[in-house]
Design a protein around this ligand. Structure first.
Ligand code: ASP
Length: 331
């Protein structure tokens, strides 16, 4: 508590001294989104696929920025961006979710509100079209933070969240991917993911983060990764930052990636890029955990950091044009 007040005091002093750049009191907003990290080698994507991924990233960033530009909340913005990506079969979330080893789709998602650190998460749901909206319902309409499997699905029904039949989540590409893993053990962990996420700062100075995934191809029945774990795959606190992660979830849970980045900002006073790089490019690398994060802070800083060859990603703010990137050395 004490440290939080000191940090808040320092932030106020910085504001008063005009030291912070863009900030929420100017009505500024910012959003960063991702569509998963992994081995995305230059030349391995056809020009058509490259263009399709960039178009989807653009559409999701624009959906969020339209909300933020009209004074909407960061929570609405991150949910809208993630919903679009969940509906897009290019990404491993919602419709395009990967298959478990036994040929099902088990979806995880979480959302967090930086205003009060309210959070909602769902794990292992099988029939929810937009798991991120169910996660938000858990946050806003239940006493709980995380609900799993049949219980989460029963809760979804009770609050009228849209469901979808198993066929909706069947895509040829993901099915072939599963067969390759099962028959040849072909995909290294890094080829197996593609989670989506969004982080935003709104014009009232509030942060939010959202993450949604199908997990990892051929995961064991009941396996849950970092995406629905608050503090690992998702975190948002107005006092520090908002983070959404993608990568080999087991490592991201063990390193409490999202919360550790925000804690470094809050308690060590590191800038957001330094904090994100310390966790993703040093700590996770030492542990052997591949992937990346996107993050935004209350000053409007928008960062990404990855230790993989690429991450589908985009960022835009009230003061800067849309930037879309795929490969690690872009942007
Ligand atoms: N982090 C996710 C998980 O481990 C996978 C991903 O990011 O693609 O479930």
């Amino acid at each position: 508590m004490m440290l939080r007040s000191i940090a808040a005091g320092l932030a106020l002093m910085a504001l008063a001294a005009g030291m912070s750049g863009a900030n929420a009191q100017d009505g500024n907003w910012a959003v960063v989104i991702h569509g998963g990290a992994g081995v995305i080698e230059r030349g391995s994507l056809s020009p058509e696929d490259d263009a399709a991924y960039r178009a989807s990233m653009t559409a999701a960033a624009q959906a969020a920025s339209a909300i933020l530009g009209e004074g909407g909340s960061s929570l609405d913005a991150v949910e809208a961006a993630v919903r679009l990506l969940e509906d897009d079969d290019l990404f491993n979330a919602g419709r395009g979710a990967v298959f478990t080893a036994d040929g099902h789709n088990e979806l995880d998602a979480s959302i967090m509100d930086g205003r009060n650190r309210a959070a909602g998460a769902v794990a292992g749901v099988t029939n929810i079209r937009n798991p991120i909206t169910l996660a938000r319902a858990v946050m806003e309409q239940s006493q709980h933070v995380m609900m799993a499997r049949e219980g989460a699905e029963a809760f979804a029904e009770s609050v009228g969240i849209e469901t979808a039949p198993p066929e909706y989540f069947y895509t040829e590409r993901r099915w072939r991917q599963l067969q390759r893993v099962l028959q040849e053990g072909a995909l290294r962990p890094l080829h197996r993911f593609g989670t989506v996420g969004a982080v935003a700062l709104d014009s009232e100075g509030h942060l939010a983060a959202a993450t949604s995934t199908g997990g990892m191809t051929a995961k064991l029945y009941g396996r849950v990764g970092d995406s629905p774990v608050i503090g690992a795959g998702t975190y948002a606190d107005d006092a520090s930052c908002a983070v959404s992660a993608t990568g080999h979830g087991e490592f991201f849970i063990r390193a409490a990636v999202a919360r550790t980045i925000c804690a470094r900002v809050e308690l060590l006073g590191e800038d957001l890029q330094t904090a994100a790089d310390a966790v993703v490019r040093e700590e996770l690398v030492e542990m052997g955990g591949d992937g990346g994060v996107i993050a935004v802070d209350a000053s409007g800083a928008m960062v990404w950091s990855m230790n993989s060859e690429g991450m589908y990603r985009a960022r835009v703010s009230s003061g800067s044009d849309l930037e879309v990137a795929i490969y690690a050395d872009e942007g």
